[in-house]
Design a protein. Structure first.
Lengths: 342, 283, 321
């Protein structure tokens, strides 16, 4: 028994010594929406700067907001900006504020799994609201079929898939639905976790994509890259000008054009249902939540360094993963804002 | 009368055969699980799996080296927390305590044993993560360690109590003090049973996922030291399994195979130790 | 057994401390007390950190079915319902199979075969729950969609429990996975209990002319009835607390539905999914309140189970044989 105990202590000590390393670990958690680009960025950044390890856990915007407020992670990430109550809660708890930094632009697409349908369906705002409210229950309902003449839609029940966790993607999706449907606004409203009328819950963008992929006749909402990487079809959505627009770099950039010029100082802005002939109506920024004041100077400098890199080199790799670059005006504004991190 | 007897005999043979079917089906499930994991996981296990870190989302390849090390670290620390408390507490119950205190401790241990693992996770989060303001390996180890305590405690008590009185009385007759008797005679006699219990407790917590969700959290890199978020095998399996990426599914199977293999090996080891034991009853 | 020193009661504390026995006694006492402390702290934390929903909703918390974080409305009913339904489905499948297997192992199989099979059953109990979840997602869910649902819905679709579309995930899928997880508990405990039934019970029945099956089913099993009930309670407690396997296959929908094919939610699953992101004290404490409910349920069931099992095995040894 003594020998085992001695061995165990020896191994422990060995672990602590051998694996002790000079790399600074910075922990973040939050949105699954930008996880593909964040994981790529942090991987590249670590290769270029081996002294810094950014550990980002894709647990959903809700958890990102909560954990950065609790202080258990160094930074958060969300596609649903913190509301005033949440900002106040952070301020009360830490004595200083928290800043939003947009990182990329992305699109939330309606993705589906219908046997025999491989192309892009057209969805009107009414159709989307109806489906997610549980009022449009079959794929061949006139609300859907009317916009998709010539497509053979089955008379099958629609399986709705939504998020089971607190999600910025949900926030953007419900923000859009609240804008285009009064019934949605009054019945469900917008938020990171809502009382869904119908549907299955999947964890993260990953979980929703997984469920849609496996469940026949299902529809879910995910970030564009998840649909692309997994080869599942996604539809076009009718924008405020009346055009059916498919999500891509151009249409998402068009959606942000107006907001770019009028970006508020705290960067919290909604670009759903944006005006513009070619704008994709369910686009959004996604933000990193960075505390204004850091106790640890090392972590502060590491994060500032990353942000600067992200705004320059980082932006060059986003398009390969189907995210759109930040507008130039926003980048300039953010660079100035980095200086306010103490 | 003959006809009725024949019917009853037929029913008897039929029902008994059905019970045989039930038993065979239940055992077959185990082999099915093993076989399925071997098939899906075996083809995915390669050297990379054990040595590489996870790759960014959507890219194929990479491995779970950080999760394997992370699980190992957390289990080691959990044992260092749970085993001494359970073992020494069990000694107290078997050798020193009065009836009142003994029943209180036993009751508490049984209560702790029945707590659902997710609730243990909540407890560890409030106690260890929030005050220290980070997710950490030791928070995860605390949660798992607590789960090991009841099994270790009860088994230690049972096995110590079952050591024949002869041995105790012999030692005392030779003038040994109580604690010397315990340390040099009684515990060694019950050693096998206690080792078995510790191994079984370890195997049980090795597969636990829920308590680690809010304590060890997760890490894309290796975690150094004990106070950083740590990747673990069960949580990786969960994350990869519910994702849409086929490559992640492949890795989840491989990880499942490794985890199941680990748990089964510990179990078989434990039960073999026990069956070769001397005069100690089965738990 | 207190310390065996001749004048232990009359010496002062410090003097006693020099006695090695006292030191060891104190050390082990501290560790034993730690166990009590930890458990007490756990229960206290659960109770104290779920005060808000108790104050705000009172008893209504248990009967409201709305779970709306935006409106700060939290009702536990869908989760209690889901936990109950999945466990019930699990038991309906596992109990007949488990008792059948236990009867075979205790009554029919030669001792060596019985021991070997029991060994494998014990290994089945050791399989981690996330692995069951893995198998659930990739095997049971497609099986449900392609085989089980058509088999039950076509002939029996008019029954409320078999109505409606199939999603693959749902109450029944979770119930099936849970059934596989709890069968080993039913088998091992029932087998022990059946083995402890005194031989003369069986022999008396056989002597009176009953067949093997009749003596088993009509004499031995009823004798062990309470112990078998205990094993079922144990299995139920296990099923109630199961988190990972359930959240991967239940559909994560906080709704009450009559159909077993509908998606649902369980207490453990909602805590796992929403705990790290519950912003706002009421939200977080409502989740902790759910944890408290689950804890109380499993506590009561485990206690009952133990009682029943002990009573039965004692009965066996009392009646003699």
């Amino acid at each position: 028994m003594k020998r085992i105990a001695g061995l165990a202590i020896g191994v422990l000590a060995l672990c602590a010594i051998v694996l002790a390393d000079n790399a600074l670990l910075i922990n973040g958690a939050g949105a699954t929406f930008p996880y593909p680009i964040y994981s790529k960025w942090f991987d590249v950044y670590h290769t270029n700067n081996p002294n810094f390890q950014f550990n980002y856990q894709s647990v959903g915007s809700g958890a990102g907001i909560k954990q950065v407020t609790e202080g258990t992670v160094d930074f958060g990430a969300t596609d649903g900006p913190m509301n005033d109550d949440q900002l106040k809660a952070y301020q009360d708890k830490h004595g200083s504020g928290i800043l939003h930094f947009p990182t990329v632009l992305g699109a939330h697409v309606p993705t589906y799994n219908i046997s025999g349908v491989t192309g892009a369906l057209n969805f009107t705002p009414d159709a989307l609201a109806g489906i997610f409210l549980g009022k449009v229950t079959k794929w061949n309902d006139p609300a859907i079929a009317g916009a998709n003449k010539g497509v053979n839609l089955p008379a099958a029940d629609i399986v709705v898939v939504h998020r089971s966790d607190g999600s910025g993607t949900t926030y953007i999706w419900t923000d859009y639905l609240s804008k285009v449907s009064d019934e949605w606004k009054s019945k469900v409203s917008k938020g990171t976790s809502v009382n869904w009328p119908v549907g299955l819950g999947g964890k993260g963008n990953e979980g929703v994509t997984g469920l849609v992929k496996q469940t026949p006749n299902s529809i879910g909402y995910v970030e564009l890259i998840y649909a692309v990487q997994n080869n599942i079809p996604y539809g076009s959505v009718k924008n405020s000008s009346g055009n059916f627009v498919k999500a891509d770099l151009a249409s998402v950039t068009a959606a942000a054009a107006g907001a770019a010029k009028q970006m508020p100082d705290d960067f919290r802005v909604s670009i759903t249902n944006a005006p513009g002939k070619t704008a994709y109506p369910i686009s959004s920024f996604t933000w990193l939540l960075i505390p204004q004041k850091f106790q640890d100077a090392g972590k502060r400098d590491a994060i500032k360094g990353f942000l600067k890199w992200m705004l320059n080199d980082g932006q060059n790799s986003v398009e390969t993963l189907s995210y759109a670059k930040l507008p130039k005006e926003v980048v300039e504004k953010e660079k100035k804002a980095i200086n306010s991190i103490q | 009368m003959n006809g009725r007897l024949r019917w009853r005999k037929f029913v008897s043979n039929f029902m008994l055969a059905m019970t045989g079917v039930c038993a065979v089906v239940s055992v077959l499930v185990l082999f099915f699980i093993l076989g399925y994991l071997l098939f899906n996981g075996g083809t995915s296990i390669n050297w990379d799996f054990f040595t590489k870190l996870p790759k960014p989302v959507g890219e194929t390849g990479g491995g779970m080296s950080n999760a394997i090390v992370g699980s190992g670290k957390i289990l080691l620390l959990a044992s260092l927390i749970g085993v001494p408390i359970g073992f020494l507490g069990g000694i107290y119950l078997a050798e020193f305590s009065g009836k009142g205190m003994a029943s209180v401790v036993r009751y508490a241990a049984d209560l702790l044993n029945g707590v659902p693992s997710i609730v243990i996770g909540i407890f560890a989060y409030s106690l260890v993560v929030l005050p220290f303001k980070h997710f950490s390996a030791y928070a995860g180890a605390f949660a798992l360690g607590m789960m090991m305590i009841p099994i270790t405690l009860r088994s230690t008590e049972e096995f110590l109590k079952s050591v024949p009185r002869m041995l105790r009385e012999g030692a005392m007759a030779l003038g040994a003090s109580k604690w010397k008797t315990i340390a040099t005679v009684i515990v060694p006699a019950a050693y096998r049973g206690i080792m078995t219990a510790i191994l079984l407790a370890l195997a049980r917590v090795a597969g636990e996922t829920a308590p680690l969700l809010f304590t060890a959290f997760g890490n894309r890199f290796e975690s150094h030291g004990w106070s950083q978020p740590t990747a673990t095998l069960p949580v990786m399996i969960y994350t990869y399994a519910v994702s849409p990426y086929d490559d992640w599914h492949r890795q989840a199977w491989a990880a499942g195979l490794v985890l199941l293999g680990l748990v089964l090996i510990i179990n078989i080891m434990a039960r073999t130790i026990l069956s070769r034991g001397i005069a100690v009853p089965r738990s | 057994m207190k310390s065996a020193g001749p004048v232990s009661g009359s010496r002062s504390f410090l003097a006693r401390l020099r006695n090695g026995d006292e030191i060891v006694r104190l050390i082990t006492l501290i560790f034993a007390a730690t166990v009590v402390l930890i458990t007490a702290a756990l229960v206290w934390e659960l109770w104290a950190n779920s005060a808000l929903p108790r104050q705000k909703f009172g008893f209504n918390f248990f009967v409201t079915s709305v779970w709306d974080p935006i409106m700060d409305q939290f009702g536990a009913l869908p989760f209690i319902y889901g936990t109950m339904v999945t466990s019930a489905v699990a038991l309906v499948i596992a109990v007949p199979l488990g008792i059948g297997a236990a009867i075979f192992l205790a009554e029919l199989a030669p001792p060596r075969v019985s021991d070997i099979l029991q060994f494998f059953i014990d290994l089945l109990a050791a399989v981690p729950s996330v692995i069951y979840g893995l198998l659930g997602v990739f095997i049971v869910v497609p099986l449900m969609r392609t085989v089980i649902y058509p088999a039950l819905n076509k002939p029996f679709g008019y029954l409320p429990i078999f109505k409606g579309p199939s999603y693959g995930v749902g109450f029944m899928t979770a119930g099936i996975v849970l059934a596989i997880m709890v069968i080993p508990y039913i088998i091992s405990v029932s087998r022990e209990v059946l083995l402890s039934v005194p031989r003369d019970q069986r022999e008396a029945a056989l002597a009176l002319g009953s067949t093997r099956w009749e003596s088993t089913w009509k004499v031995v099993v009823p004798f062990a009835k309470t112990g078998i009930m205990g094993s079922i309670f144990l299995a139920l407690a296990r099923a109630l607390g199961e988190t990972m396997a359930v959240t991967m296959v239940i559909g994560n929908t906080p709704k009450i539905a009559a159909s077993l094919f509908a998606p649902g939610y369980s207490i453990a699953a909602v805590i796992a999914n929403e705990f790290t992101e519950a912003t706002g004290d009421l939200y977080l404490q409502s989740l902790i309140a759910l944890g408290l409910v689950l804890f109380l349920l499993t506590f009561v069931l485990n206690g009952l189970a133990r009682l029943l099992i002990v009573v039965t095995t004692q009965k066996g040894s009392e009646v003699g044989g």
